[in-house]
Every structure is written in structure tokens, then in C-alpha cells.
Write a protein that binds this ligand. Structure first.
Ligand SMILES: Cc1cc2nc3c(=O)[nH]c(=O)nc-3n(C[C@H](O)[C@H](O)[C@H](O)COP(=O)(O)OP(=O)(O)OC[C@H]3O[C@@H](n4cnc5c(N)ncnc54)[C@H](O)[C@@H]3O)c2cc1C
Length: 434
């Protein structure tokens, strides 16, 4: 078995784990990160929510409140269990921590994201509806883009089996006029030269391998359009995205915009690629393996054992940051009872430990209320060390961050990325004080 030694071991390579690892590197610490796959960050829409309108579920979209600071205050007041409380005792302090974390992981020079900390924007998705979010990848179609555009053209690839141009147009026209944009949409069917039907994700791979050929085919068609905006389905491959957008802009003379996708999406994949590049650039040792067990001496964790197809490894560290996500990523599991997967930590719904008994209560579905299963997770002390049902810290050198924390519901409160990034940073800061 391979033996690895480090100062800090981060378990998980999503938004939370990346924030923890980058923060550790910034303070000059030796850090390793073990990660088995992409997790929720890679599966998500690739947009980054900070604070949505928690009353949105009961109000009309034109009335959704977009002010991030106000939404944040409301979340903190209405939900005393929300992990944002771990960041500070006022909305102002919490927002300031969120900003620091965002700016560390997405420094403005990187040019990857668009958006701001003041208000949520309406970003159109592949269904022709929209998502309210704080940050999204550059050149995505927003309501603001439409307010000054009379005419847009959608490039439709009829071979896509999860994007339907006519369906998109119907919803898009309904929603854009309801939100006071009067943009007319034309559809331009393009023939990229494929004979089978593909998903947007598969088509993105095809474009990556055949970029020149596809751009050439599109070029002749684009000369004919006279729209202010050219809209693309969510099909742009990560590393060639900006080059393709620029070529299409030159060929059409229009502003080129891509649609947000429903998960799993190319934008989620691009987000994950971005996080991986950031870790590489910062010199974080990333180990692709699944953490399966651990050794401890009383309340102190000594090492974590991890394995992949080729290797078994034991990673020794002084401090451990658990950022292994929720159910989708495998951080939480329900095998007989709800448990955290690596250290066997207890799982809570609000302040109640779940174990076996709460399962029935969790399934009482009320369609207009947030489902409790989305806010399950581990509970921590204020310094982000997991606690048990006796309210005691379980391991003195283990800290938790991200969607594994109980109390947030990313669907209902729109805090997914904000919680992951900011608690990722704060977990490392708290660990470094130990
Ligand atoms: C379908 C979907 C759509 C979403 N859409 C949005 C959105 O539009 N906007 C938004 O802000 N939020 C969204 N969210 C929520 C947001 O993506 C998550 O809250 C956030 O990405 C969580 O980040 P994380 O780092 O805590 O966990 P994850 O991103 O889930 O990362 C967990 C990491 O832990 C690793 N891991 C787990 N177990 C082990 C193990 N045993 N050994 C090694 N590694 C392990 C995984 O491989 C992964 O790398 C969405 C979530 C889902 C599921």
C-alpha cells in the first residue's frame, strides 16, 4: 500500500473541497485532495447560486426578488439551521465571506464567470424558461440581453435528442414577453453532418473533435442572418468554447449567447474542468481515489485509506476536511440507515439525528414545501467540526464543508454554490487555527 503524508487532507473535489484546498495552498500549507469523481458540481447547471428568493415557490416569476443581500437576510432569519450561520452573525459578514471565497476560486482575471454579488439575474435555459442566479458562465443568454434586442436567431441542431428548437421557441416567446422583452426568435436549422441522434453532452464532444468542419458548415448560413443575438443550445465544449463563440460572432456580426442546460450539463462539466485546472495551477496534489476507511487514535484521525483500480493508499495528515458532498456525490448514504459514508458520522434533519427512525417522516411530501431529504447532512460545532447527537465533537481534527452540511436546501433557497465555496474556505481557515 502506498503511503502519503501531508499536512491537510481534503476529501472531495467539488466546489467546497476546491475552496478548502486553494485556501490551504494560499497559506503555504501542504495539502492533498482525494476525490473519486465529479460530484454535484460537475452534474449541476454550472450556474452559481448565492441566495435565491425563498418565497419564489409561492410567487409569480415576475415578482421573484432578486436582491442578494435581502434574500440572504431572509434565509438567515427564517432558517436558524442554515450553514450560512457558520460564517458569521450578520448578513453583512456572511456576504463578505462568500465574496472572499468566490474571489479566491474565480479571480476576476480568470474571465470564466459573469454576474455579481448584488442581484440575481434571469438566465435562459434549454427549455425556454429561466433560472434566477448570481453567477453564470460568460456569454450565457440573460433577460438583460433581450431587453434591447428586437430579433434573435436560434441555431437548432435537429439531431439533438434533448433539445427541441420549436419547444424552446414557444416557451421562450411566452416568458420573454411576460418579462417585458419583445424579442422575436427565428430558428435556423443547421446540419452539422452527423447521422445519429446525440445528447447535448455527446454533441459537445463531437464539436470538440470536429470544430473546423462545423464552423465551416455554419459560416455560410450565418452570413444571411440579421439578428442582434445568435442563440446556441448548450453544446460548447469547455476548452474550445471561447474560440467558437468568437468565430460565430465574426461570421454573424451578432452577439453570440449559449443557453443554460438542465443537469447533467456541458456547463457543469466546464465548471468541473475549471476547478481541476485551478487545483493543478495552485500545486494541490490531487489523488483520484475513493476514500473507504480511516484509522484513529481516540478522537484523533491519523489516516484515511483510499483506493482506485490500480492503487491502494494510506494518506496520513494532521487535519482532515470532509467535503464529500451529499447523496448524489456519495458523501451521504442510506444503507439501512442514513450515515455519512467515510467516517460513519450521524446524519441530521435540522437538529434531529435521523438514523433509521425518521425515514417515514421524510416521505410526507407537500408539493409547496421544501422536501426535508434535500437538507439532510452532518451537523457541526461553530468551528465546523462534526458533532454527534450528544452535541460533542466527534473527531478533534475533522472539519466539514459544503453540501454535506445539514440545513440548506439548494433547490428551495438557491444557496448551493455559495454554501459550498464559503464553508469550504471557512473550514480550512478554522482548521488552520487548530
Ligand atoms: C443536479 C444538481 C443541480 C444543481 N444545480 C445547481 C445550480 O444551478 N446552482 C447552484 O448553486 N447549485 C446547484 N446545485 C447544488 C450544488 O451543485 C452543490 O450544492 C455543490 O456543488 C456542492 O459542492 P460540494 O463540493 O459540497 O459537493 P460535490 O460537488 O458533490 O463534491 C463532492 C466531492 O466528494 C467526492 N467524494 C464523495 N465521496 C467520496 C469518497 N468516499 N472518496 C473520495 N471522494 C469522494 C466526489 O467525488 C466529489 O468530488 C445542484 C446540485 C445538483 C445535484
Amino acid at each position: 500500500m502506498k503511503k502519503i503524508e501531508t499536512e491537510i487532507l481534503v476529501l472531495g473535489g467539488g466546489l467546497a473541497g476546491t475552496a478548502s484546498a486553494l485556501s490551504a495552498r494560499k497559506s503555504g500549507n501542504r495539502v492533498a485532495l482525494v476525490c473519486k469523481d465529479g460530484g454535484a458540481s460537475a452534474m449541476s447547471s454550472g450556474a452559481l447560486d448565492i441566495a435565491g428568493d425563498i418565497l419564489a415557490i409561492t410567487s409569480k416569476p415576475e415578482h421573484w426578488r432578486t436582491d442578494i443581500a435581502e434574500n440572504l437576510e431572509e434565509i438567515l432569519i427564517r432558517n436558524p439551521e442554515h450553514p450560512y450561520h457558520l460564517l458569521g452573525d450578520s448578513g453583512e459578514k456572511v456576504l463578505s465571506q462568500i465574496k472572499t471565497a468566490f474571489e479566491m476560486v474565480f479571480p476576476s482575471s480568470a474571465g470564466f464567470l459573469q454576474g455579481d454579488f448584488a442581484r440575481n439575474q434571469k438566465v435562459f435555459n434549454q427549455m425556454g424558461t429561466f433560472k434566477l442566479t448570481a453567477f453564470f458562465q460568460q456569454h450565457m443568454l440573460t433577460l438583460d440581453d433581450l431587453l434591447n434586442a428586437e430579433h434573435a436567431t436560434l441555431i437548432n441542431f435537429p439531431e439533438l435528442n434533448d433539445f427541441d428548437g420549436e419547444f424552446f421557441k414557444k416557451n421562450f416567446e411566452y416568458w420573454s414577453s411576460r418579462l417585458d422583452a419583445k424579442t422575436r426568435l427565428s430558428i435556423l436549422n443547421a446540419n452539422p453532418g452527423i447521422n445519429s441522434s446525440l445528447s447535448c453532452l455527446e454533441f459537445a464532444k463531437f464539436i470538440e473533435q470536429n470544430t473546423e468542419q462545423i464552423l465551416e458548415k455554419l459560416d455560410a448560413n450565418l452570413k444571411k442572418i440579421s439578428s442582434q443575438i445568435l442563440v446556441l443550445p448548450p453544446v460548447l465544449p469547455g476548452r474550445k468554447r471561447l474560440q467558437i463563440l468568437e468565430n460565430l460572432k465574426q461570421a454573424s456580426g451578432a452577439n453570440v449567447r449559449e443557453l443554460l442546460a438542465l443537469p447533467p450539463s456541458v456547463a457543469g462539466k466546464r465548471l468541473q474542468d475549471y476547478l481541476e485546472d485551478s487545483l493543478k495551477f495552485a500545486g494541490v496534489e490531487k489523488l483520484w481515489a475513493k476514500a473507504v476507511s480511516f484509522k484513529c487514535d481516540g478522537k484523533k484521525i491519523i489516516s484515511v485509506q483510499a483506493q482506485n483500480r490500480f492503487d491502494q493508499m494510506e494518506i496520513f495528515a494532521h487535519k482532515f476536511i470532509l467535503a464529500s458532498g451529499s447523496f448524489l456525490a456519495g458523501g451521504l448514504t442510506k444503507l439501512g440507515e442514513f450515515k455519512e459514508s467515510i467516517f460513519g458520522l450521524e446524519v441530521f434533519s435540522n437538529s434531529h439525528p435521523i438514523g433509521k427512525i425518521f425515514t417515514e417522516k421524510l416521505t410526507g411530501l407537500n408539493i409547496s414545501a421544501p422536501h426535508p431529504v434535500f437538507s439532510l447532512g452532518v451537523k457541526t460545532s461553530s468551528d465546523q467540526r462534526p458533532i454527534g447527537s450528544d452535541a460533542r465533537i466527534v473527531f478533534e481534527n475533522l472539519f466539514a464543508a459544503g453540501s454535506i452540511l445539514s440545513g440548506a436546501n439548494y433547490i428551495f433557497d438557491g444557496t448551493g454554490a455559495g454554501v459550498a465555496l464559503a464553508t469550504g474556505l471557512s473550514a480550512e481557515e478554522k482548521a488552520s487555527k487548530l
